[in-house]
Design a protein around this ligand. Sequence first.
Ligand SMILES: [Zn+2]
Length: 458
Amino acid sequence: MRLRRRLVRNLVFPAIEAAQRRPTLEMLREADRTQWWSHDALLGLQVRELDRLLTHCWNHNRFHRERLEAAGLEPGRLRAVEDLARLPLLTKDDLRAAGAAIRSTAPPLGAVKKATSGSTGDAFTFEYNAESRHWRDVTRIRAYEWAGCPVGARSLHYWGQRVVTSTWKQRWKSTIDHAIRREHYVDSMARGDDDLARAVDTIRHVAPDVIVTFPQSGADLARFIVRKGIGRDWGRIPVICGGERVFAPDRAVLDEVFGPVFETYGGRETMLIGAECEAHDGLHVAMENIIAEIVVRLPDGRVRPAAPGEAGEVVVTDLHNFFMPFIRYLNGDRAVQREVERCSCGRSLHRIGPVDGRVAETLRDGRGNRVGGLVFEFLFREMIDVARQIQVVQARDTSVILKLVLNEKGTELSPPKQAIVQSVFDRYLPGVSFRIQIVDDIPLTAGGKRHLVKSEMV
Ligand SMILES: [Zn+2]
């Protein structure tokens, strides 16, 4: 097993990356080195990368040029990362209102187009250039390595899947890709006893080196194993959690049934922001790619950095997205700031956490089986071209209302899109009646959040 893993890491993976002319491997080697740098050295690296980004914006990005000028922040004069605080915070609404001006007009141009997650039921599309993409790969691979899961390790992804059947070509490509990478995928959204029993069979069959999961999905599976008294004839399997906040009881049961839990935190706009190391003491920020500020907005409109131990809003700057820069972007999450100090693992990459990220509630199908609310995030991705916001509310009698705010007012959902919604309910929520309600707006809760999924069932 070890040999095969080494083969993939040292031969197959480099060959794939080289064939696609991707510099991931060299970047990974560099990131393996910089993670041991002192905090000051890492800040120095951030200043250099930030200056490069701001210079590009100054020359080729109308939206950010105006903001830089208004803040009196001329590239080339950056002294410290803190100078960034002279720029105003950037919200999703700012980005939407800016239209085409937020895209840079000179290379590197956009290489990947994505939609933000529907976790707040409120999304938009964005793009990034190739270099940014490589950084996303590198920081993810490194974080997985911290969890003892190098490239080539056999992984079981207890995750979600696209709700629309992709073309045979896409399926074929991803099947080959997963096989080479030795990734096995199991849909974690349907969580009836039969589904959970099948997932246990897959774990036995695959014997994964690592499990990657949404914490609530994984914890449901672990609790099922405890409840049914299923023999755990596997060794300790590290569990990498992502996509949702990890609650202490979920962590405890995952640790008991499988192995140590490694929380990761990110967002679709930037991908990985922070990840837990083997010391399990906060999340190390991927400082080479991301500046993560934790800020407190005061009633008079001023913004100050959160003190160590204090919770605030997460503000991210992606150092390598030159095409559609996210600079001081409020991603909608809250996190606790931590003291600047070296972790017991030896790394000085700054730590944050706990993170108060998204939580998707669990729904029930017609037989009372648990169904992950995140399935509607996967649905929302198929709706992004027509809908701006989505919310799913399950009433006590199990009936569901799917609220949608469409991009074009006064229109209805097209029959093909209705068919997609129908297929999700058929597959994941059998026995549940639902109706689609087109609304003008979905109001925020008192806490200023918009929930993707709400359940009124006990
Ligand atoms: Zn550490």
